[in-house]
Every structure is written in structure tokens, then in C-alpha cells.
Design a protein around this ligand. Structure first.
Ligand SMILES: [Zn+2]
Ligand SMILES: [Zn+2]
Length: 336
């Protein structure tokens, strides 16, 4: 099958129309005709080779929504026409101890949708290496909203499961952007008392609309200092290098700082920040198959959805630039 896509041929190049042929469908594979694709900062990072791992041509897009157009002979539960979402991961070995234990995201052979030679969703179609990574979408989630849930949503929801966040916990979300505005919604619906921490007070009203009970502007260091020993869990969604010891001080004893955004520099903290209050620093990344399914069901049940700006697929460059410049309020979504 021939796919028409938008691809970058080198680092930081503009996206150009690019046609390629998919090989014959393997037994565990499915093809998905793309109807919508959200844009994540990782797409910008892959196009721009920020992490030195890009293999060109890069076809970005890993917040994919579409309908199944072909299924391999081993495929279960999916049929031609099923509406599905596909996120940052689209395959794993399914036989190592991690895959068998339900942690496919840490499999050594995990396939990233926009990593290596795999081509993403800025395209007419995408190949999913293992059908289990194409998730049937609950009826309650609109197609234009489902894409951002597939990467941003699972990235911020999975830590609630993995690190045992409880409804009685007091939590903070750092950054009110693509990830943060979903994190505030998930945590508020989870039952937590949520504080949004943003660089200024300019997004206070929106943060409260997403479910935050309190807001802190990090540009006023005294506001963060006043929150010392306040939070059981802090989920950071920003790529800025923050004064990490000040955030560790805002944790209650036993609290966790969860890093979901990717700062440029090493995260340096004083040893006392982890020793004195028995605190820890943990990471958040898109979840397993079970965790992602749970996220979709939770989002449908509680009406968690991204605030989006839509662009036609033909304006993929403008939409990617919009995200590159941090202008998306709060997620850009391409519509085929
Ligand atoms: Zn992503
Ligand atoms: Zn595996």
C-alpha cells in the first residue's frame, strides 16, 4: 500500500509531501487510515533531532486516531472499520518478562511510533506493528479529542496508577500546557486536591476550570516557599530547568516528584532533598497496554478531554511550528 505523508528529510527541515510503500502486512500487524493526529513536543524533538536519535525521513505524529483498514491473520478484537487510537508505542516483543508482566513500555524491543525508521501519523495511514497497541476508542470520546489522550493523556495518567496516588492526596501539577491541562483534569477527577504551578498567574482561571483548587506562580519564589511540606505528589510537565530543591521542599515526607517533561539539563538536587523526608524522584512515560486502556475508560467516564486547536493536515508545517513555539492552547490536532 502506498502512503502519502509529510516528512522532514533532515534536522529542522520543513515538512514536505513524501510517498512511501508499506511492505506486505505481517500476521500481528494492522494498518490504520488516519483521521486525526495530535502534535506532541516529541514530534518537534524528532524533526529537529533534539535527542540525536532521529532517522530521516522523519514522519512525525504519535497521537493518532483513525479506522482500521487492514488486519493481519493473528489479529484479535479489531476488524476493518474499528475506530482506534495509536500512541507513542506501536509494538513490543510480547514474550519477554516485561511484556508478559504487563510492562510493554519497558521492553528492550519496544517500537516507538516516531522513533527509528517507523513512520508516524502525519500521513494517510500508519502501520501498527502489534495490534494490541491499536486501542478501540470508547464511544464517549470524540475523534478530535482522542489523539492527545494517546500520548499526553497516558503520560500523565499512568503515574497515578504506578505510584499509587490516592484520592486523599494533595498534589501539584507543574505547567499548565498540553500535558499539564490533562494532568489537572485527571487528578481532580481522581479525587485529589490539585494545585497548579505555572510561571505566572496568567492561566489561573483556566487552571481552575480544569479542576485546580489552588494556583502558584513560580516566578514569585515566595509562593513556592510558602507551600513547603504541602504535597504528597508533584507531577512536572515542563521542559524548563527548575529549582528542583525548592520543589522537593514542597513535598510532604514520603512524597514523590514525578518528571514527565524533559528538561535539557541533569536534574540536580541536594542529597538532603531525598534523605531528610524520605522523598523520591520518579519518571512518567506513556503506559502499558492495560494502563492506556484504563486511561481511555477513565477519560470517557469522567469527561476528561483536551482543549484543542485544529489544523487541516495540509497545514502540518504551520501546526508543528505552532507547537515548536509553545503557542498551542493547549494541543494542536491535525484533521485529515
Ligand atoms: Zn508524545
Ligand atoms: Zn518484550
Amino acid at each position: 500500500m502506498q502512503v502519502q505523508s509529510y516528512a522532514a528529510q533532515s534536522a529542522k527541515a520543513s515538512l514536505r509531501p513524501y510517498k512511501f510503500d508499506l511492505p506486505p502486512l505481517g500476521p500481528d500487524e494492522v494498518d490504520v487510515n488516519v483521521t486525526h493526529c495530535g502534535i506532541c513536543h516529541t514530534d518537534v524533538a524528532c524533526v529537529d533531532n533534539e535527542w540525536g536519535m532521529s532517522v530521516y525521513p522523519v514522519v512525525p505524529g504519535h497521537e493518532i486516531v483513525g479506522t482500521v483498514s487492514a488486519v493481519g491473520s493473528n489479529v484479535k478484537r479489531l476488524a476493518v472499520g474499528t475506530r482506534v487510537g495509536v500512541g507513542a508505542l506501536c509494538g513490543s516483543c510480547m514474550e519477554c518478562e516485561w511484556c508478559e508482566g504487563g510492562k510493554q513500555q519497558v521492553c528492550a524491543q519496544v517500537v516507538g511510533t516516531v522513533m527509528g525508521e517507523h513512520k508516524g501519523g502525519f500521513a494517510t495511514a500508519v502501520r501498527v506493528n502489534n495490534w494490541r497497541f491499536a486501542y478501540p476508542l470508547p464511544d464517549g470520546i470524540a475523534s478530535e479529542h482522542a489523539g492527545p489522550l494517546m500520548c499526553a493523556g497516558t503520560t500523565v495518567f499512568t503515574p497515578l496508577l504506578r505510584y499509587g496516588v490516592k484520592p486523599t492526596d494533595r498534589v501539584a501539577v507543574v505547567g499548565v500546557g498540553g500535558l499539564g491541562h490533562l494532568a489537572i483534569q485527571f487528578l481532580a477527577k481522581w479525587g485529589c486536591e490539585v494545585t497548579a504551578i505555572s510561571s505566572s498567574h496568567s492561566k489561573d482561571e483556566q487552571a481552575r476550570g480544569f479542576g485546580a483548587s489552588h494556583v502558584i506562580a513560580s516566578s514569585n519564589p515566595e509562593e513556592l516557599a510558602a507551600a513547603a511540606r504541602s504535597f504528597d505528589f508533584i507531577l512536572s510537565t515542563v521542559s524548563a530547568d527548575l529549582p528542583w530543591d525548592a520543589y522537593m521542599a514542597a513535598l510532604r515526607p514520603g512524597g514523590k516528584l514525578c518528571i514527565c517533561g524533559i528538561p535539557d539539563k541533569a536534574i540536580a538536587v541536594s542529597p538532603w532533598s531525598v534523605i531528610a523526608g524520605e522523598k523520591s524522584i520518579v519518571g512518567g512515560q506513556p503506559g502499558s497496554i492495560d494502563e492506556t486502556t484504563a486511561m481511555l475508560n477513565f477519560a470517557a467516564l469522567h469527561g476528561v478531554k483536551p482543549l484543542i486547536e485544529t489544523f487541516p493536515m495540509s497545514e502540518a508545517n504551520a501546526a508543528l511550528d505552532h507547537t515548536r513555539q509553545g503557542k498551542a492552547r493547549f494541543r494542536a490536532v491535525l484533521v485529515a
